[in-house]
Design a binder for this molecule. Structure first.
Ligand SMILES: [Zn+2]
Length: 141
């Protein structure tokens, strides 16, 4: 095992431990904050995406009709560019649901910006399943 690999594995273990600790109380509702979104974006970018992700162009905490979060792509046909907005709901069942949702939406960002993929719940999306498991997270629809 190379030193670099060892350092990466140590980081994963450290993050997993902190997630386990942070999500212990499953009965406690979680109130979403921009600060925590920013904090965990950095942590997941490093532990799941090899720091390949650029941050969302914008982040919004708002009510969503369906689901607990979404990664919305806005296209400017005039400029030929697109930008990505992360939407998270104001309150989650517990912190684990918040973390699962954020990491889920980050996979969509990775699909669309790094891989130039559709961003559907396809094979590429679910290729993150075992990586999520290593952090005690769960990747689902
Ligand atoms: Zn999704």
């Amino acid at each position: 095992m190379s030193t670099k690999r060892k350092i990466e594995d140590d980081y994963i273990i450290k993050v997993k431990k902190s997630i386990l600790k942070e999500t212990k109380d499953t009965e406690k509702k979680y109130v979403t904050t921009y600060k925590e979104i920013k904090k965990y974006f950095k942590i997941f970018n490093k532990s799941l995406f090899k720091e390949k992700l650029n941050t969302f162009n914008d982040v919004k905490i708002k009510r969503i009709i369906q689901g607990s979060g979404q990664c919305v792509e806005y296209l400017s046909y005039r400029k030929g560019t697109s930008f990505f907005v992360l939407e998270m709901i104001p309150k989650y069942k517990n912190k684990l649901e918040f973390l699962n949702t954020l990491a889920h939406e980050m996979v969509h960002l990775w699909q669309q910006t790094v891989m130039k993929d559709t961003g559907n719940h396809n094979r590429l999306f679910f290729s993150f399943k075992s990586k999520f498991k290593k952090l005690n997270l769960h990747l689902s629809y």
